[in-house]
Structure formats: structure tokens, C-alpha cells
Ligand binder design. Structure first.
Ligand code: ADP
Ligand code: MG
Length: 233
């Protein structure tokens, strides 16, 4: 689903990712951990093709992202949940979800059917469908951002710190939904700082420190590893 091979990126003359190699296989839930400034969002942006790889390769669903183009990811079956949600604050919840649906082209079930599915998965947003997104609570916005990514039935979802700013209760709810989506067969790359929660539901994990993979492996082993703890946890 995703392969980064020996990827370097930079902001201007400042190197950021350095030799990043990371993969996500079909059916996996992989957690990318790392402290603030480690390069997690840069990795997300490299996967989207917004930040270019200066060296190495970024392949999404077997396609080189540079050649594919960011705007074609949705139609290929990739759902994105960017850091900070990035909803359209002046549009209603339905309009935000409609944009997610339309990005995936006309195939599959109609919008009303998909809207109903999303309302069942996120009961909290059912009563909010006609509300302007900018007036929702943080938790509701997080759910809408996830629903917008899921409404086109993606095969692969990439999430950048979706739990940031949520209350502990909402974080649990959010992770349960993420786990449920994974159980239903969706492949997920979950970018997180909350190691206990992220590795708790993941198959494998990577710890990113200063633009490099400092440790990787089975999620349960990472969670109990002393080396990983001293690096980051
Ligand atoms: N657009 C940008 N221009 C210059 N530097 C940036 C830009 N975006 C991020 N950075 C820097 O790159 C480093 C990694 O940032 P980021 O990938 O956002 O980290 P994380 O998501 O792990 O917190 C940070 O030092 C950050 O300040
Ligand atoms: Mg970030």
C-alpha cells in the first residue's frame, strides 16, 4: 500500500527526512511515532506528494507519487486525515463530506447511502449535518475529518495526529473507531504521539527521531522495549 525507500527531504537548504524507509502492507495498521518536530507531518506530506523526495522513492499503491499527483490519490483509494483536520470551516458538515465523496469519482454507492453509513459510524455528527463545520467542537471536527476520508470507501487511510487536542474520553472513542475501520479491512498508517494508544491498536510501529527511523518492529514488542522507551516513550 505504501513504500518509502531511502527518502530524503529538505525545507530549503535544511535537511529534514534522512534515508527514511517505511512500508505498509495490505491489511496492516502501522503506527508512526515520534516527538514534536521529528518529521511526522513531513512524512505525511511526502506520502501526499506535497513535499518532494530529493532522493529515494515514495510509492503509494504501487505508483510513484511524483508522477501520480496529489489530486489523484483519492480516486486511487487513499483517504487522508491531515494534521489539524483541515475542514472547510464555512461549509456545512454535509458539504465537507460531499467534497470527500466527489473526490473519489462517481463509482460505487450514491452519496445518500454513504452519508447514512457515516452517520451510523459517527452518531455524534448525525445531528450536526447541516451545521457549519467551523462551529463544531474539536471532537466533532475530528470525526467529520475522518468521515470525509472514509466516505469514498478508501482501501488505505493515512492519519496525521488525529487525536491531538481531544479529551481522554474522545481519544478512546476515536481509537475504537480507528480499530473498527481496520477490522473491516482498511489498511491504515496512523501517525501519533500517543505511543500507548497508537501501538495498542497497531500491528507494527516505527519511531521517528530527527528525520530518521530510530526503531521499528512489532507493535507489542516496541511498546515493551526498553530501547524504544529510552528513545521516545
Ligand atoms: N514548511 C516548512 N518550512 C520549513 N521548515 C518546516 C516546514 N514544515 C516543517 N518544518 C520543520 O521541519 C521539522 C519537522 O516538522 P514536522 O514534520 O511538522 O514534525 P512533526 O510532525 O513530527 O512534529 C520541524 O523542525 C519543523 O519546524
Ligand atoms: Mg506533525
Amino acid at each position: 500500500m505504501l513504500e518509502l525507500k531511502d527518502v530524503d527531504t529538505a525545507y530549503g537548504s535544511v535537511p529534514m527526512l534522512r534515508g527514511l524507509t517505511l512500508s505498509v502492507r495490505p491489511g496492516e495498521l502501522v503506527c508512526l511515532l515520534g516527538p514534536n518536530g521529528a518529521g511526522k507531518t513531513t512524512t505525511f506530506m511526502a506520502v501526499c506528494g506535497v513535499v518532494r523526495a530529493l532522493r529515494g522513492a515514495v510509492e503509494v499503491m504501487g505508483k510513484d507519487i511524483g508522477r501520480l499527483g496529489t489530486e489523484n490519490l483519492a480516486a486511487l483509494g487513499v483517504g487522508l486525515v491531515p494534521e489539524g483536520r483541515r475542514l472547510f470551516p464555512g461549509l456545512t458538515v454535509i458539504e465537507n463530506l460531499r467534497l470527500g465523496y466527489d473526490a473519489v469519482s462517481g463509482r460505487g454507492p450514491n452519496f445518500e447511502t454513504q452519508l447514512d453509513k457515516m452517520s451510523n459510524l459517527f452518531p455524534r455528527i448525525r445531528e450536526r449535518l447541516r451545521q457549519v463545520a467551523g462551529t463544531l467542537s474539536g471532537g466533532e471536527q475530528a470525526m467529520v475529518a475522518l468521515a470525509r476520508a472514509l466516505i469514498g470507501e478508501p482501501k488505505f487511510v493515512v492519519m496525521d495526529e488525529p487525536s491531538l487536542g481531544l479529551s481522554p474520553k474522545l481519544i478512546s472513542e476515536y481509537f475504537e473507531i480507528t480499530q473498527e475501520i481496520h477490522r473491516r479491512g482498511t489498511t491504515i498508517l496512523l501517525i501519533e504521539q500517543n505511543a500507548e494508544m497508537g501501538l495498542g491498536i497497531a500491528d507494527r510501529g516505527y519511531v521517528l527521531v530527527k528525520g530518521k527511523v530510530a526503531q521499528e518492529g512489532d507493535a507489542k514488542e516496541l511498546l515493551s522495549s526498553k530501547a524504544a522507551k529510552s528513545l521516545y516513550l
